[in-house]
Design a protein. Sequence first.
Length: 652
Amino acid sequence: MSTIESVLNESRIFPPTRDFVQQANISGMESYQTLCHQAQTDYQSFWAQQAETHLIWHKPFTQILDDSKAPFFKWFSDGELNISYNCLDRHLATQPDKVAIIFESDDGEVTHITYRDLHQRVCRLANALKAQDIHKGDCVIIYMPMRIEAVVAMQACARIGAIHSVVFGGFSSKSLHERIVDAGAKAVITADEQVRGGRHNALKATVDEAISMGNTESVKTIVVFQRSGAKIPFNPQRDVWWHEITGNADAHCEPEWLNAEHPLFTLYTSGSTGKPKGVQHSSAGYLLGTMVSMHWVFDYKPSDIFWCTADVGWITGHSYVAYGPLAMGATQIIFEGVPTHPHAGRFWEIIDKHKVTTFYTAPTAIRSLIKLGADLPDNYDLSSLRLLGSVGEPINPEAWMWFYERIGHSRCPIVDTWWQTETGCHMIAPLPGAAPLKPGSCTLPLPGISAAIVDEGGHDVEKGKGGFLVIKKPFPSQIRTLWRDPERFKKAYFPEDIGGGKYYLAGDSAYCDEDGYFWIMGRIDDVLNVSGHRLGTMEIESALVANPLVAEAAVVGKPHEVKGEAIVAFVVLKGDYPKGDEANRITQQLRDWVAREIGPIAKPEEIRFGENLPKTRSGKIMRRLLRTLAKGEEITQDVSTLENPAILDQLK
């Protein structure tokens, strides 16, 4: 394979401040290197020690890693525990009155809920589910607004051993139907409506529509939470109200003690074939990953007010809302609304109001907020912040710098975290009291994570050269299989032609610099082959966004009879949407800019402007749709998950 070329040149370095290092859980590079050395010296004992330190076991494990049926690895497989017990009951003796969740609704109403309150709510719902004949091993679809009740539903399932599968509340009835059928769900937990940005969106009606599409006979019960009080279709033979079934339920529910490998949840992620993949996670290994990353990467302290802005419909909301913070005994923010309602300063207002210390969000959100008002954060007191985090895709250096200087006032480390639905928790990220930061780099692998860059034959590539990002050794939090599809699991993640089927293939291209820092260049299918040069799209996007006119950019390829592929850039400006001569002038300006920043080879063949980019409601740019637009083809994919479907016409 001709290795992928890195064209990004970023030389700024930001060491952690002495004050941060002194208070950090992992203090200084020497401490980080000691942990890495322990993991390399005795890999299994390292993870066993972490599992004994962080998790509460009902029956201790004696076997650490079972790799006899690789790549279907098992960790701690003769141990027993309960995840809900590890998140809630463990705190009842020590801090029952500590606030677990500060909930802010779309309209600004604030609710505080303690660990004792949360435990009782979870137990009541768990008992109510059992009364509805939902038990260990049954699959429950959760299709809920971003509220306390969504976390309660997840924890209640975990308490009784039911396997939950959360579907993001913005997904269409078709997407929901696919997931209900594939999961073989016995129940669906939903709400009458969700309220986001002042708009009411029907959830129960969407569930009914999904059920009506057929092959859903497995669903016996639909539990409906009353969010808005809207009039909704209600089938008394199948539908039950949350408030009615939990009203008289016992506030104590003995947890179901489960094998460490019992599936905690499945979470569907899009696949290249169009059929969603049900990523299956274990109980013990998954929770361990969320806890060590809370301790190492987020440098968690009991005094923290932690805010991860992700919806529980995504893996980030599982790991760093529903499970990791609660297992650590943290106080966290849950926000129902959107960052732009009723004004563009809503995120900064929440940080100011609730004295947030750790703020974890997506680069897409950061870039959108820059466009809405780069100076807006100056109107709020953000001095409570001590740590910032980025998740979801590589963060371009210019957005990193704005986040660092304007939100963190050049004193808060940014943990740029690389991980996936399939890994369950952070894999490559700076330990903020140890690693000097480089804008745009996710820095170094966590202790115990054997990340590497290899070519198509599975051989390590030299530093500075791009290749496939792999993880060479199994780790506790990794995907166990794809739900009901083990062959697809092996083919997708442990292909025989890369490392003989022994390496976990992430699907991302990346390179390591001279300091061993990892730089993500984009998905393997987001590598462009321009005149024999293999270029990562993320680096071209970063160059475009570094231009003072540009708020956001997405780059894709389209077939070119001379170059093989031509670069097409979709650009959102900080100013107004340009037309005619002005659009032509800015196009030439940006093409020249990229040529100066990277080189003539990376100049976009075509630049299209829009008022926004096609994004899912979680803020993820739908690059597949952009590739279709770039080729001039008709869009046949489902666009019901888009926040702004009308933008597609503008970008044609």
